[in-house]
Design a protein. Structure first.
Length: 280
């Protein structure tokens, strides 16, 4: 079976049930479920979880990955109370992923400066650098007990924070078991920071276990989340780089906007056609 997946972020105009309907209608059999409004802002438990799994199966869908909450929910929260709160929340999404039989959970390592009080204070970067591994030390054992893998994502923030790209993320994950900690490449994030996505893939190497495939404008990239091939990225080079590192999948598409005012449903269908044209 083709290992392609479509993120529910493409259907932010509707609740999770309608989003999953849209993913399935476009011809995808796997999805990445986003852990925030309007989707799974609170992990379901008990009967609600069992019913959710039943409805996924009825659509012919598998929850391939789970994207943990974004915004302030990062490993590198620079304030200790904030960090401990986030660790507890992220642990809940690791348990959710296991319950859904998803293989990986996408996690942002560091915060967008807009969420950090006095975010331009030079001491903040040091506190973030200290917080990230301490959070991993708490969460890797949870991932191990649940049988899932965390994936840390490259991010598009123009600031002096650590762990934004693969040059710093790859050495970080080397200190932890590859079965429970890896990397995910967001192609649009890379070029928004004027980093070549192909080179980022090569640096991530064998620890790369996830993708967020999205396109951006070549000259003025702004984390556009366009359908791959609708922007300026070199997709033959990106696909070649993925092959060169032996990337095993999944090929997850994270499309959220169109270049021609397409609807979310149209974008999902256009993305499925791109995947077919790549032989996926």
């Amino acid at each position: 079976m083709s290992d392609i997946s479509y993120s529910t972020v493409g259907f932010r105009d509707r609740d999770v049930e309608a989003a999953l309907d849209g993913v399935a209608a476009a011809g995808f059999t796997q999805t990445e479920i986003v852990g925030q409004e309007p989707h799974l802002a609170v992990p379901p438990t008990g009967k609600a979880l069992a019913d959710f799994r039943t409805r996924l199966a009825a659509r012919g869908l598998r929850a391939r990955t789970v994207h943990a909450p974004l915004t302030r929910n990062v490993l590198g929260a620079p304030e200790e109370n904030w960090r401990l709160e986030v660790v507890e929340k992220l642990a809940g999404y690791l348990r959710l992923a296991a319950a859904l039989e998803a293989t990986e959970v996408i996690i942002h390592p560091v915060p967008n400066p807009i969420f950090v009080p006095e975010g331009d204070d030079p001491e903040v970067a040091g506190r973030i650098a200290d917080a990230v591994p301490r959070s991993l030390d708490r969460l890797v054992p949870v991932a191990q007990s649940e049988g899932v893998r965390m994936l840390l994502e490259n991010l598009p923030y123009s600031c002096g924070y650590p762990y934004l790209g693969m040059k710093e993320l790859r050495p970080l994950v080397e200190d932890y078991p590859e079965e429970h900690l890896g990397l995910v490449i967001d192609t649009g994030h890379a070029w928004t920071m004027k980093r070549d996505p192909s080179r980022e893939i090569e640096i991530a190497g064998s620890r790369l276990r996830g993708t967020h495939l999205q396109d951006v404008d070549y000259d003025q990239p702004n984390d556009n989340h366009w359908v791959p091939t609708h922007g300026g990225l070199d997709w033959p080079a990106i696909r070649k780089a993925l092959a060169s590192v032996g990337y095993p999948g999944p090929w997850t598409f994270e499309v959220a906007r169109g270049t021609r005012d397409e609807t979310p449903d149209q974008l999902a269908h256009l993305t499925r056609e791109v995947a077919r044209s790549w032989g996926l």
